[in-house]
Design a protein around this ligand. Structure first.
Ligand SMILES: [Zn+2]
Length: 185
């Protein structure tokens, strides 16, 4: 599930990074500026694709860039215009870093997409494993809890039986049948 607000946050951060990167070219771009811009574009692409490692690369780089701008300001008195630019830069970088770390929706953006790339299915019933809104899809070593729980319950394993019973009452296992008590004559 792609959360639209998370996506817009990510896109805004990419825009901020690229715009500030272009602004830093002035007065005239040098070769290393172009190189850095290309690297930025590649990193932004992975960020957009929801790669979690890239999220942390961005958090580290943005925090470093943000604090460095503050450090420069603190140590070298700048002209008013330059101070404003540095202040805006460090503020945008630090806010972007915070936005990548804290909001739950943003964390979901990166989590959802990374699980999408490696979809695992239950060996028994073919159900997709570890689906966030399906409690029966929990991965029990290659089989889903839907299958494993039922087998364990039918074997009379108490904790599983209890859990399966609860799930049956919640309507999660409509086809489940209470195992017969094994009675000895
Ligand atoms: Zn299964």
């Amino acid at each position: 599930m792609n959360n639209p607000s998370a996506r817009s946050i990510v896109v805004s951060i990419i825009a901020v990074v690229l715009v500030l990167s272009i602004l830093s070219w002035f007065p005239s771009p040098k070769v290393k500026d172009i190189g850095r811009f290309i690297v930025n574009c590649v990193l932004c692409w992975f960020l957009f694709k929801g790669k979690n490692w890239d999220r942390w690369v961005f958090v580290i780089l943005l925090t470093l860039a943000g604090t460095m701008a503050l450090f420069v300001m603190a140590n070298n008195p700048q002209s008013i215009e330059k101070s404003i630019v540095l202040y805006v830069m460090s503020f945008s970088y630090l806010v972007s870093a915070a936005l990548l770390v804290f909001p739950k929706t943003v964390a979901g953006y990166f989590k959802d997409q990374s699980t999408q790339t490696s979809t695992m299915i239950c060996k028994t019933c073919g159900r997709e494993l570890n689906v966030s809104d399906d409690p029966l899809s929990v991965d029990c070593g290659g089989d889903c809890w839907g299958c494993v729980g039922e087998i364990e319950a039918n074997m009379g394993y108490g904790p599983s039986l209890e859990k399966v019973r609860k799930e049956f009452q919640l309507g999660l296992r409509p086809n489940w049948v209470e195992p017969k008590e094994q009675t000895s004559d």
